[in-house]
Design a protein around this ligand. Structure first.
Ligand code: NAD
Length: 371
């Protein structure tokens, strides 16, 4: 829109300037103003065309408003449908909708103990062949022996997940020894459990390397094969500490928030690629009685007790069989996450204190180091 040219305005615009560059600018402005005046003085014969243009403009605007309304209605209908569908599927028993993993090859990191071993045994019972990775050769071997007794093939490899080169080297060996990997379960994890300022740099780095950086390297090694076949499953064992901060868990929290973010971004990327045969699952459990968090203090033990490893492993395998994308347990966590979305930070701190979460790690011992 051009400014209204009052007498004062016109005078000030045509006022001679002192410098030469200013003169050029002033001349250009002069020309523009003349153009405006001449437009206004155009003969009446051009006005019907202008009216026609205006009418076309109004019609186009109405059409785009109508199509925006239509798109919104369609989107709302799709949202309602997918929501109802998800609720319906979540009500069905796993046996009705479970995928068949017989003959599939699952790679599990941290398979030597806790959840890794429990999940390996359950998948073996379902006829899944295994590739087991752990830094602890003896315990990993024990998992291998137990799973072989169930009639499946199990290959064990010693891997230090802090070492990217080693991950790629062992991944190449797995491809030549075993071939493909259908289900990749990034499970290995460690926890320091110290106040941030008392946490040595080396431990912070190690936590990040095992709990998240290793996920990048293993996925990079095995996802291309899954994409070629449009078949596979990437499972990320994160933690409720990937959604809720806890005092004295800064490095662990950071690594688990990263794992949750990695899974979410990867899920969207695979969706956009159209690789509908590849699924992702992120698991975010509360404290589990595997020994990893030995010594933690829970104020409302009766209300929210530590989860038993057997229950945790059952839920994880269930989620894999159902292609469930996000799994949190106990279910209270879903409610707490929704609450976190709209409670002010001060209120969250107040509730954290009231629930004893500020002191959870005070007597933390963790898993005893092996000699
Ligand atoms: N236990 C819990 O309370 C709890 C809660 C939420 C999430 N999680 C997550 O579940 C996963 C499994 O936990 P868990 O309780 O079974 O732990 P765990 O300590 O029983 O098992 C972890 C395994 O990872 C292996 N590992 C550690 N560092 C490694 C490395 N550098 N390279 C290769 N392997 C290595 C260990 O040898 C061990 O076998 C972890 O990612 C953990 O963060 C555990």
């Amino acid at each position: 829109m051009y400014p209204v040219l009052s007498g004062q305005n016109i005078y000030s615009k045509f006022k001679p300037e002192s410098k030469s560059s200013d003169l050029r600018v002033s001349a250009e402005r002069h020309e523009r103003d003349l153009q405006v005046v001449s437009n206004r003085l155009q003969p009446a014969s051009t006005q019907p065309k202008q009216r026609l243009d205006n009418e076309i403009g109004v019609e186009m605007e109405t059409n785009s408003i109508l199509s925006a309304i239509w798109e919104t209605v369609v989107l709302l209908a799709l949202v309602a449908y997918s929501w109802a569908h998800a609720i319906f599927i979540s009500c069905l028993p796993t046996s009705w909708i479970a995928k068949d993993v017989r003959g599939e090859i699952a790679l599990i990191t941290g398979a030597g103990s806790g959840l890794g071993r429990g999940v390996a045994l359950r998948l073996a019972k379902l006829g899944c062949n295994l590739v087991l990775w752990d830094i602890d050769e003896t315990s990993n071997q024990a998992t291998g022996d137990e799973t072989r007794k169930l009639g499946v093939r199990a290959h064990t490899y010693k891997v230090d997940l802090c070492n990217r080169e080693e991950i790629y080297k062992v991944a190449a060996k797995v491809k030549s020894d075993v071939g493909r990997v259908d289900i990749l379960i990034n499970n290995a994890g460690i926890v320091t459990g110290r106040d941030y300022m008392k946490c040595p740099d080396s431990l912070i780095q190690k936590t990040m390397e095992v709990n998240i950086m290793a996920h990048f390297w293993t996925v990079k090694a095995f996802l291309p094969g899954m994409m070629e076949r449009n078949h596979g499953h990437v499972v990320t064992i994160a933690s409720s500490a990937g959604y809720f901060g806890v005092r004295s868990l800064s490095d662990y929290n950071a690594s688990k928030f990263a794992a949750v973010g990695f899974d979410e971004s990867l899920r969207y990327e695979l969706n956009q690629e159209g690789t509908d045969g590849i699924n992702t699952t992120v698991v975010a459990p509360y404290f589990i009685n595997t020994g990893m968090f030995d010594g933690v203090k829970l104020k409302f033990q009766k209300l929210l007790p530590m989860v038993e490893p057997d229950y945790a492993c059952d839920r994880i395998v269930d989620a894999i069989l159902r292609n469930q994308q996000v799994l949190m347990f106990p279910r209270t966590l879903y409610f707490m996450l929704a609450l976190k979305g709209f409670l002010p930070c001060e209120t969250q701190t107040l509730l954290n204190k009231a629930c004893g979460l500020m002191n959870t790690m005070d007597d933390f011992k963790g898993r005893a180091k092996k000699e």
